[in-house]
Design a protein around this ligand. Structure first.
Ligand SMILES: Cc1cc2nc3c(=O)[nH]c(=O)nc-3n(C[C@H](O)[C@H](O)[C@H](O)COP(=O)(O)O)c2cc1C
Length: 596
């Protein structure tokens, strides 16, 4: 598979656009459309400078493109993996033949080393190996610089027995140095520790492009020690073809468009960021290892692949969905009673998981909550909601919310503590934070509240606390309606909560915000799941209170720095509009996704 196989999904943009903000802003808007396209920018520029290769963005543009890239339905791949995991010793001849087929699929996972690759058509060494050759993008106004956003970062363990690829962003410091943003929990960071202990330099190679499936594999949360390219071979049904780098021993996909080869010295760290991240908030400046570039190789006519992350929905929605489906059987190896799960993109994946189970004993969902929070990248999940097998489809968000609220019992809430994603900005302490588990597998015994209209309730609430600006009730037909309260934050949300508690006959679940999402449930979910640390922000009393506000040093005694939202630059949007490049999306949608 290569880009030409995806021709019919590609929209060509010939207008010269700048790598600084313009190209990524257009890709950002495209990704918000109902049926986004892959965008190919044939004339990337930087001021007066022209680049000699195109930029392709949104390569995992939509579900149909993802199916095309994987070559089959995601459920089919999941089933093949499940069959392999559950394989029993064959007894009859027909079972033996079937087993042979499955084992043959395993044979395909073994990488094949080839002696030459298209990715080494051009070889730039020494002074010629300059990062400024590549049309690397600056995505957001407050970004600390330009970042490679679709790099497959190849490393290996000190003794060479383990190979790894992960997709980590890389900040361009200058022509020869990149910031390696592998987060502390990730496999390459573990391998890096081995080199650090031994006081040795670590070889690194960054491949960009080639078969788009390589890129997805780099994001796949495979257990440590298992080389992700094996999954590539399994899905493609043929051995992954890797070629040795020119200047080190690492192997990279032979069909990659671009390969950046180099090394890092574990003693050298440099500030990385800020960067407008997939949480929709910036990640703040922090030291990360530095990669020194020795060699750059490319195909004859390379294409530079990039993605844009920020507020959802974006391309990672479609990549994440593929991961969710394909990893269900693997997740079942540690949580065997899980029937299904969903990680909505507006919960930015690790902020919300919905799980379906058939509970057989008290505490069954608690048992699975703990297994999720204890294994691999699932342990980053902050909020987990469990529903019974009779619940509607997990991705029917309207119906599933209704179900959850009709099965919500305050006594079935677990608040715990564990590791959180390095990107999480709301936890009291960096890397460690609150976990919220809701067992909604049995009927709610809550009595219905006495409902008031939004107007009546708003009046009563404003009488109790004048900082309240607007309110909206959701899911009022359920046993546990939600009331969203936006207030002018000059004091803690808990203080407002204390004042309004006397309205317990009219309120059940109250969510506080100080941002503009009161009437926008999609972005409300994004904001609130991002902003809570359950240990600090969830109060279980007659009313359940949730503080989804942005936290503040003085008001909330929040010791960390609170990051800004990731937002577009107005002048860039204006320019793209004037060029006639923004089309196929309504003003209403642009507003909903906070673009204008
Ligand atoms: C668009 C995108 C960007 C990502 N950027 C980073 C990043 O900068 N750092 C990081 O540690 N993980 C990042 N990830 C997540 C990793 O790719 C993912 O956790 C992967 O499983 C890591 O591989 P590893 O377990 O081999 O380390 C990103 C994922 C996506 C989809």
């Amino acid at each position: 598979m290569n880009l030409s196989d995806l021709q019919k999904y590609i929209k060509i943009i010939d207008t010269p656009l700048d790598v600084n903000l313009e190209i990524p802003h257009l890709a950002y808007i495209e990704a918000k459309k109902k049926n986004p396209k892959i965008l190919m920018f044939t004339n990337p520029v930087e001021g007066e400078k022209k680049f000699d290769m195109p930029v392709v963005m949104n390569i995992f543009a939509n579900d149909e493109v993802v199916r095309e890239i994987f070559g089959k339905d995601l459920e089919e791949i999941a089933l093949e993996i499940e069959n392999l995991i559950k394989m029993k010793p064959p007894k009859t001849l027909s079972e033996k033949l079937k087993a042979f087929g499955k084992l043959f699929a395993i044979k395909n996972t073994i990488p094949k080393s080839v002696t030459s690759g298209d990715c080494q058509y051009h070889i730039y060494e020494g002074e010629a190996a300059k990062l400024s050759r590549l049309p690397i993008l600056k995505t957001w106004e407050l970004d600390g610089g330009k970042f490679i956003t679709m790099g497959q970062v190849y490393t290996k363990s000190l003794d060479g027995s383990i190979r790894n690829v992960g997709m980590y962003r890389l900040q361009v410091y200058d022509d020869k140095r990149l910031g390696l943003h592998w987060q502390i929990h990730k496999d390459s960071a573990h391998l890096f520790w081995e080199y650090k202990k031994a006081g040795l330099k670590m070889p690194v190679a960054v491949a960009i492009g080639g078969d788009p499936l390589w890129t997805w594999c780099a994001t796949a949360p495979m257990p440590p020690g298992i080389f992700e390219v094996m999954l590539y071979g399994f899905i493609r049904g043929k051995n992954p073809r890797l070629v040795k780098c020119v200047s080190n021993d690492l192997e990279v996909p032979a069909d990659a468009d671009i390969v950046i080869e180099g090394w890092c010295d574990p003693e050298e760290m440099e500030i990385e960021g800020m960067f407008g991240d997939h949480t929709g908030y910036y990640t703040l400046k922090k030291p990360f290892p530095v990669m020194h570039v020795d060699t750059i190789t490319t195909k004859k006519d390379p294409v530079y692949y990039a993605t844009v992350v920020g507020k959802p929905p974006l391309e990672d929605k479609y990549m994440g969905y593929a991961t969710e489906r394909i990893f269900l059987p693997l997740l079942k190896t540690t949580s065997p009673d899980l029937i299904d799960y969903a990680m909505p993109e507006n919960g930015v994946f690790h902020n919300l998981i919905l799980c379906k189970i058939a509970p057989r004993y008290p505490g069954h969902s608690l048992q699975i909550m703990h297994s999720l929070w204890g294994v691999g990248q699932m342990s980053f999940v902050k909020h987990a909601i469990f529903v019974n097998e009779d619940a509607p489809k997990l991705r029917d968000y309207e119906k599933i919310t209704e179900y959850i609220l009709n099965h919500f019992n305050p006594r079935n809430i677990l608040i715990s503590k564990g590791i959180v994603d390095e990107l999480d900005h709301s936890s009291i302490e960096e890397l460690v934070g609150g976990k919220l588990g809701i067992d909604a597998t049995s009927e709610s015994d809550s009595k219905k509240i006495e409902l008031l209209s939004d107007e009546e309730l708003s009046e009563k609430l404003k009488e109790l606390d004048e900082s309240i600006e607007e309110i909206k009730q959701y899911m009022t037909h359920t046993k546990n309606p939600i009331c969203v309260i936006k207030y002018n934050k000059t004091k803690k949300a808990k203080e407002v909560f204390e004042r309004i508690k006397i309205l317990k006959n009219h309120l059940r679940i109250v969510v506080f915000i100080n941002t503009p999402e009161t009437f926008n449930p999609y972005m409300l979910m994004w904001r609130v799941t991002n902003n809570i640390d359950a240990l600090r922000d969830v109060w279980i009393e007659d009313i359940i209170g949730i503080d989804g506000t942005n936290k503040d040093k003085n008001i909330d005694d929040f010791d960390r720095e609170w990051p800004p939202d990731v937002d577009t630059t107005k002048e860039i949007i204006e320019k793209l509009k004037n060029l006639g490049l923004i089309e196929g999306i309504s003003e209403e949608e642009l507003k909903k996704y906070q673009i204008i």
